[in-house]
Ligand binder design. Structure first.
Ligand SMILES: NC(=O)c1ccc[n+]([C@@H]2O[C@H](COP(=O)([O-])OP(=O)(O)OC[C@H]3O[C@@H](n4cnc5c(N)ncnc54)[C@H](OP(=O)(O)O)[C@@H]3O)[C@@H](O)[C@H]2O)c1
Length: 333
């Protein structure tokens, strides 16, 4: 009991020495963040749409033959959607559909998963792409509506800006940018206002890394295209761009070197990244709750985005230092 006055004296001291002089340092940033969140919440747009119910919806996923796209197919199928999966590896797509069918009774999903060949770098002109798109749309539950378009297919590269051939620069842009632009353009009228477009971008869509120029450029372009689209004549259509950090899918080993050959070298950072299943679960949850931006990355990676805006020269110097130990800086034979 005799310690009570001592405790209350300590509390008064704490209040006078810590709380009163320093509370503005905590309260002001909290108020700023709170106000920004409130403005975001009040702003018109797809955030006010009803939650996305995936039951009996048609979802078209590009790049579904492996990695994140495959995991997304399971996530959408589990939630009752009909999935149409596309990529170039027909054997892997056929296996994916068989694996999805094997979970049919567990999921209670009555819809048959279907697959088609698509090479995003070789869609051809708009007339040729239209024929492929018509075929894809005919596979939808009602033969005309694609409720969710998932622009996920992608490829990467490694090599310096000077060594990387123009062929590689163009190949990456064709797949990661022009392919998605064309597919989206052709499908837009089939996506209803309460539907959605999901875009798998990357942290490199916000911060360019050394020795990954074409990849970083393609993801910057992708984000810019979808930012333009969301501000045009359908501002209530949900477009979720995911700026993903590392995902453990072996993506780096399939990246092209400066001459256009797969590096075959696993990226150690990716090996420590999210599992494809965890990433898919997080992304679909964000889609369902009608988010439009998702930076799926650790605190330090998110900090890099802030540095890009507030202290760009510091970030460029740090990335230069990081790049010096990157073996891809040397031309591969
Ligand atoms: N892994 C990471 O650390 C990471 C981080 C951030 C963002 N991402 C993004 O996540 C997405 C999925 O990558 P992932 O990690 O899952 O790698 P992945 O396993 O290599 O998946 C890439 C998918 O894209 C398809 N694809 C590649 N080129 C194509 C083309 N020309 N036409 C059609 N499909 C093509 C591939 O299938 P086929 O070869 O069968 O065509 C494959 O299904 C990509 O957009 C990538 O940029 C990945």
């Amino acid at each position: 009991m005799s310690s009570l006055p001592a405790v209350s004296e300590a509390l008064v001291k704490f209040q006078n020495k810590v709380l009163i002089p320093y509370w503005p340092y905590a309260a002001v940033p909290a108020a700023v963040v709170g106000t920004l969140k409130l403005i975001e919440w009040l702003a018109p747009g797809p955030g006010h749409n009803d939650r996305l119910n995936l039951q009996d919806k048609t979802v078209l996923i590009s790049g579904a033959s492996s990695g994140l796209g495959r995991a997304l197919a399971f996530e959408f199928y589990k939630r009752g959607a009909k999935v149409i999966v596309v990529a170039r590896s027909l054997d892997k797509l056929a296996q994916l559909c068989a694996d999805l069918e094997a979970t049919k009774s567990e999921c209670g999903n009555p819809h048959e998963p279907v697959y088609r060949y698509i090479d995003l770098s070789e869609l051809g002109d708009e007339a040729a792409a239209q024929r492929q798109v018509d075929d894809l749309v005919s596979l939808a539950i009602d033969g005309k509506t694609i409720d969710v378009l998932v622009n996920n297919a992608g490829m990467s590269m490694r090599g310096s800006c000077t060594d990387t051939s123009m062929k590689v620069q163009r190949q990456v842009m064709e797949c990661n940018y022009f392919g998605h632009v064309l597919l989206t353009k052709m499908l837009l009228d089939h996506i209803p206002d309460n539907g959605a477009i999901l875009v798998t971008s990357s942290l490199q869509g916000k911060v360019a890394l050394p020795y990954r120029s074409a990849y970083s450029a393609s993801k910057h372009a992708l984000q810019a295209f979808f930012d333009s689209l969301r501000c045009e004549d359908r501002p209530n259509l949900q477009i979720l761009t995911v700026s993903a950090g590392y995902i453990n899918t072996g993506f780096g080993s399939r990246a092209l070197n400066a001459d256009g050959h797969p590096t075959g070298i696993e990226d150690p950072n990716q090996k420590q990244g999210y599992s494809a299943e965890d990433a898919a679960y997080r992304i679909v949850n964000r889609l369902v709750r009608r988010d439009t931006e998702y930076v799926m990355a650790s605190f330090t990676h998110r900090l890099a985005i802030a540095l890009r805006y507030f202290t760009p020269n510091l970030l460029f110097w740090m990335l230069h230092k990081r790049g010096q130990s990157d073996t891809h800086g040397k031309k591969q034979s």
